[in-house]
Design a protein around this ligand. Structure first.
Ligand code: NAD
Length: 388
């Protein structure tokens, strides 16, 4: 099926996305489907309609532009407490429906909304997810899934009751460099994984970057660095260890205790998970690292993989370390992960089958972090995870 430029523009909205449509057309003309999103484009009226809730830095910077590269999804509604921002972004993206948080529940009456993406601070995820499910919509909730595992359980129960699909926005599962790493781990060259090392962190800067402010408030953030950035190490490592299961976790806090940023949430954790296979995953998570750290190392019995950076939006890189040499492995453009994720969710929702990164996965990760905190509170003794 040929891409129809007009359809793409209508689907994704206006002049801003003309460049994206052009990029998709150029790739199609060269016979190169978008990596991470190999589906053929559907006409707009056949695509799943999406509402984005919370128009903050991530929604505006990454999620909304992704609809320009999507083939199965279109942006049909925006939800925000800021009328000026709503009007401006609706105009820019050609979005027909807008809602305030007060009239959010009336999405129930809008057949143009099939799926809802929650991009609010973590402490609001459970409430807005459950309200969307009760309105009969499928929900893709940003990571981390919620403030507590009890909230995650309530979200999963609400999805079951509504008969709707609930996913968590673990975009890395749709990122071509990580998909290339997973394909190599599934193959013959790496051998069984013996150790995974995961380092993720950045310098929290609430003075100069407003989105970091709520991340330091427990009620809105749920937890500290483990919730926001350490979760990439846990989730991505467990993605690569498919078929295995975590058996215990131990952790210690690692951050300057006199730092005023960390009055409510932790500023850093060093953690270690022992897997059923005997493999060990060790990682660190921090709001005190400079520069930005996003590193994964997969040490196998035959050879190893190194990713630096590993889980960023645009710049991931993969090296195969073998026989004393290091070879860079080519993969597709990381930015395609956003469109790949939204289209995969659209297809899961349309078919009524679980998304690749379901609510149960989000629950598992919050449980793991809760147990890491429990271990750290007890001075680092391992906590059993059996049954998680
Ligand atoms: P942000 O602060 O930039 O955006 C939050 C939005 O929520 C703002 O528009 C704000 O106005 C709105 N909001 C509504 N009620 C609020 C309240 N009571 N307090 C504060 N803000 C309120 O944050 P962000 O970085 O865009 O993060 C939003 C979500 O996206 C979080 O869940 C975060 O973990 C997630 N996120 C995911 C990724 C990823 O790569 N998947 C990256 C960044 C953020």
């Amino acid at each position: 099926m040929a891409i129809n430029r007009r359809d793409l523009l209508i689907a994704s909205g206006g002049a801003l996305t003309a460049a994206m449509a052009g990029r998709a057309l150029a790739q199609e003309a060269q016979g190169q489907p978008l990596m991470g999103n190999p589906t053929l484009p559907l006409p707009p009226q056949q695509r799943m309609g999406w509402a984005v809730v919370g128009l903050g830095s991530f929604a505006v910077g990454q999620l909304m532009p992704a609809f320009g590269d999507a083939n199965r999804s279109r942006l049909t509604a925006l939800v925000s407490g800021n009328p000026e921002k709503l009007a401006r972004l609706a105009d820019t993206y050609g979005v027909e429906h807008t809602y305030s948080y007060d009239d959010y529940d009336s999405i129930v009456d809008n057949p143009d909304i099939d799926c809802v993406q929650i991009a609010l601070p973590v402490g609001l995820h459970a409430e807005y997810t459950i309200r969307a499910l009760e309105a009969g919509k499928h929900v893709l909730c940003e990571k981390p899934m919620a403030s507590t595992s009890a909230e995650c359980e309530a979200m999963i129960a609400a999805a079951r009751k509504a008969g709707k699909v609930l996913g968590v926005g673990y975009r890395v599962h749709f990122e071509p460099t990580n998909q290339a790493a997973l394909a190599m781990i599934r193959g013959e060259d790496i051998g069984p994984l013996r150790h995974i090392r995961a380092e993720h962190g950045f310098q929290a800067d609430p003075e100069n970057w407003p989105p970091h402010r709520w991340r330091l408030e427990k009620q809105l953030a749920g937890g500290g660095s483990m919730y926001d950035i350490g979760i990439y190490g846990i989730n991505t490592s467990l993605m690569m260890l498919e078929g295995d299961a975590p058996m215990s976790i131990s952790a210690v806090y690692a951050y300057p205790r006199d730092d005023a940023r960390f009055r409510e949430v932790e500023g850093g954790v060093d953690w270690r998970i022992t897997m059923r296979s005997g493999a060990v995953v060790s990682g660190s998570s921090s709001y005190c690292y400079a520069p930005y750290h996003s590193k994964q190392t997969y040490i196998g019995a035959k050879s190893s993989l190194r990713m630096d950076p590993a889980t960023t939006y645009y710049e991931n890189a993969l090296w195969h370390e073998h026989g004393g040499r290091e070879t860079q492995i080519p993969a597709g453009a990381p930015y395609t992960q956003f469109a790949g994720q939204v289209d995969a969710f659209s297809e899961a929702a349309r078919a009524g089958r679980p998304h690749a990164t379901p609510g149960e996965m989000g629950y598992r990760d919050i449980r793991l972090i809760e147990m890491a905190y429990r271990s750290a509170d007890q001075g680092g003794a391992p906590v059993s995870l059996e049954g998680i």
